[in-house]
Ligand binder design. Structure first.
Ligand SMILES: [Zn+2]
Length: 212
């Protein structure tokens, strides 16, 4: 079984995951398209990437998507609320003074969809709070959760003070994640958790309730 490859990307160390499934995919793309191409080439031809799932639209996770889409033929998958947010901001992150290349998602999701990549199946779970259209991707059989910026290891969780963030929604979303059986957690920043991710997510819920 091929494990997800974690690629830590510039400029803010967002984690991209390369899935070497029968139908290959990326989860997030980071903010430096040239860097990502080089990193992916170590494992496969970037042209073979069928899907690019974006956990949300923040520039550190998603701003390389425009280049990626123009260079390769991957289908960009993004939550509809996240696309509205991007458009309303003109594909800019004013807070960080960054404007990024606009792109249209090929597949707009709402939550509940299942993508069959052959030996890996990804279920979309809408987890608003960090941003309105944040999603987590769940591999039910393998008990893997790709959590974007919703939850991180050791009880940490995504910030809610950016545009469209909501502490109420984030708590509800983390609650939803505690109902899943998760062994391995692949977060959008920081290290992976292998083996006891349920405990980490429960701690995130406890801390989020305490501090938000
Ligand atoms: Zn974010």
């Amino acid at each position: 079984m091929l494990k997800p490859i974690q690629i830590v990307t510039p400029p803010l160390a967002a984690n991209v995951y390369l899935l070497r499934s029968e139908i290959p995919a990326l989860i997030d793309v980071g903010g430096d398209s040239a860097f990502l191409v080089d990193a992916v080439k170590k494992y496969m031809n970037p042209k073979d990437i069928e899907y690019v799932f974006l956990t949300h639209s923040h520039f550190d996770h998603a701003s390389a998507a425009g280049d990626w889409k123009s260079w390769f033929d991957s289908k960009i998958v993004l939550h509809e609320k996240e696309f509205s947010l991007l458009k309303s901001q003109g594909f800019a992150s004013y807070m960080f003074g960054i404007k990024f290349k606009p792109f249209e998602p090929d597949i707009m999701i709402k939550g509940g969809e299942v993508f069959d990549l052959g030996d890996i199946k990804l279920e979309v779970i809408h987890t608003p709070g960090h941003s309105p259209g944040s999603v987590c991707l769940y591999e039910r059989e393998k008990k893997w959760l790709f959590s974007g910026d919703t939850v991180f290891p050791n009880g940490s969780f995504g910030r809610v003070d950016l545009l469209g963030g909501s502490s109420y929604e984030l708590i509800k979303s983390i609650e939803k994640l505690t109902k899943l059986d998760v062994k391995n957690l692949y977060p959008g920043h920081e290290e992976e958790v292998i083996g006891n991710a349920n405990e980490h997510i429960k701690t995130s819920l406890r801390f989020a309730k305490m501090f938000l």
